[in-house]
Design a protein around this ligand. Sequence first.
Ligand SMILES: [Zn+2]
Length: 269
Amino acid sequence: MGGSRSIIAGLVASLLASSLVPVGEVAAARKPEKTRPKQPQPSTTCEAPKFRIVVDVGHTPDSYGALSARNDPEFGFNFRLARLIAAKLKSGGFAATRLLVTDGKARPSLFKRVGAANDGRADLFLSVHHDSVPDKLLEAWEFDGAKSYFSDRFSGHSLFVSERNPHFTTSLKLARMIGRQLKEQGLRYASQYSLPVMGRYRRQLLDKDVGVYRYDGLVVLSQTRSAAVLLEAGSIINRDEEMEMNSAERQEQIAGAVAAAVGEFCERR
Ligand SMILES: [Zn+2]
């Protein structure tokens, strides 16, 4: 695991250094609000080669999100899957797809993401994450000689949209398409978000067939000017599912489902 982690760190360092993903500069380079020209609205039609999709890698190398049952940071899981999703979209004709990798601390990184998407006039924003559970549900075990934490109680993917997003209906439509594609792959969604045990993480279930939840306050969903969806691809705190999320087969399956859903979304626009 340590090996793959350092490979990821190297890849991320080179990506952040390259001009392909200049997100580190976004906040500093932004013009003051008053002098900024009016932003064109995201397009209402979809021409695949020109359709600007931002695939956002959740969290940063410094603020890596959840820790898996085997002590691997969520950021690495997000990076591998988001990169694959972006590659599949590009090879499927969405040539203007961008992988968004952000550095720095958690909270400022959220606004860097929104700034990068809005300044780049994204038509679609998709944030890729992997799930954990509230701390009170964690159980201790030993992995690799170290005290570690897990919860095998819940598993599955989930999708989130914000009603505060200016394109809420469109976001919900895309989230449902992604959910349906994942369901067709035989994957089950995480149903616990509507349960009281989730406490402050409890969410309203908008689509009980394919697992779309409402998460209004999330910065990357509510502040982006384009339609926006957040995908929790699976639980890495669940010991079995962590292994599955690490497999090339599962990553291919999820990335394929997302790309197929975006293709369908574009065709119907
Ligand atoms: Zn996350």
